[in-house]
Design a protein around this ligand. Sequence first.
Ligand code: SAH
Ligand code: SF4
Ligand code: F3S
Length: 399
Amino acid sequence: MLENLEIAQNPTLKVPTAEKYYYIETYGCQMNVYDSELIGSLLNKCGYHPTDDIKSADAIFLNTCAIREKAEETVHNKLDNLQSLKNIKPGLLLGVVGCMAQNLKDDLLESKPYIDVILGPDSYRKIPEIINNRNSMEHYVDTKLSKFEVYDDMFPSRREGINAWVSIMRGCDKFCTFCIVPFTRGRERSRSIDSIKGEVIKAVEQGFVEITLLGQNVNSYRTSGGNFSDLLEQVAQIKGIKRIRYTSPHPQDIDERLIRVMNKYPNICNHIHLPLQSGSDRILNRMNRTYTKKKFLDLVHMIRDIIPDCVLSTDIIVGFPGESDSEFNETLEVFKKVSFNFAFMFKYSSRPGTKASEYSDHISEGVKQKRLETLIKLQRDITLLENQKKYRKNCRCIG
Ligand code: SAH
Ligand code: SF4
Ligand code: F3S
């Protein structure tokens, strides 16, 4: 009461308004985690505070993924559930952003007209304008992709933790025939080395001891100041970083220099996530993966020659259109040969708009499921074996 009286007598003092809160739910890959932190920093600048309680939020953003049909289904279900919240809180701002927003654009509004905002991954700078003009807008949709946007001048709002994600490039030019990412994230573009280093130094000052450099093809990183190996070497020299990781590299762009840089700096973790996708040359070619089984195996040998205890993980798709039993068996054989420490294994999911979705020889759900189960079982045994090897090596108690 006393405060309000003071304001009435002194009109230059601001009327205290209720605090505003935002809630962001993130789906998909680490790039989206990073982008949610960027969105968080923009909302902070608009005077909004983060909350973990979705019901008390004044603005809710779902940062979405489109990589597989299931990823989109999950968001559809979440949006269905949020409709009742929107009904009882009409002032609530509901935004759908990220890859599924980019992929479905206005179509989302047709089935869910209660969504207020739809933004693609290159449109996040619009957020302050949207928040400030909130009352004058019905819906706001922006899914323009940019050749240049790398959010270079922005610093993400990281909440607690040890690891800081740092996006070094955006987009993808590889056009693997199964993949929606080149359509949702646009063309490849890299941030400058200086701005990346500036962000890393700031994150280290804030107490982050681990840095993970991110990109859809992290090792396609290229600027006039250097390539990915140059960047990694410079980041490794920044004082105070205990661990550096990066994800995901494309096998095509891994060279010996990169592995030598990893070996040279003890703070770069001995782990490479090396997505194989298939062990069959015919399927790799149909996927437009640009390497053969032999080239992949040669790469593994080169890595292990230089860093013998390097942890290797991978991504694999089973049941890609036209994959025969014997071609699937080739994937099993490569798994046995390489002995990955762990693997992310997926059933092929047809994504409308991609080249593979138009192939005529799609595999039945039953066969895909069976192949996935076979591969998971094999990888479980391999992971156990690899873990036991590491445990024996690290533990002095057993011989
Ligand atoms: N840029 C990374 C992959 C990003 S997507 C790379 O090139 O490896 C992460 C993983 O999702 C891919 O490696 C692939 O295994 C899987 N994936 C992508 N599209 C898919 C689809 N249509 N169906 C099933 N899995 C898919
Ligand atoms: Fe998708 Fe291939 Fe690009 Fe990876 S390299 S994001 S799988 S198109
Ligand atoms: Fe999904 Fe987009 Fe990442 S499609 S995997 S959130 S780049």
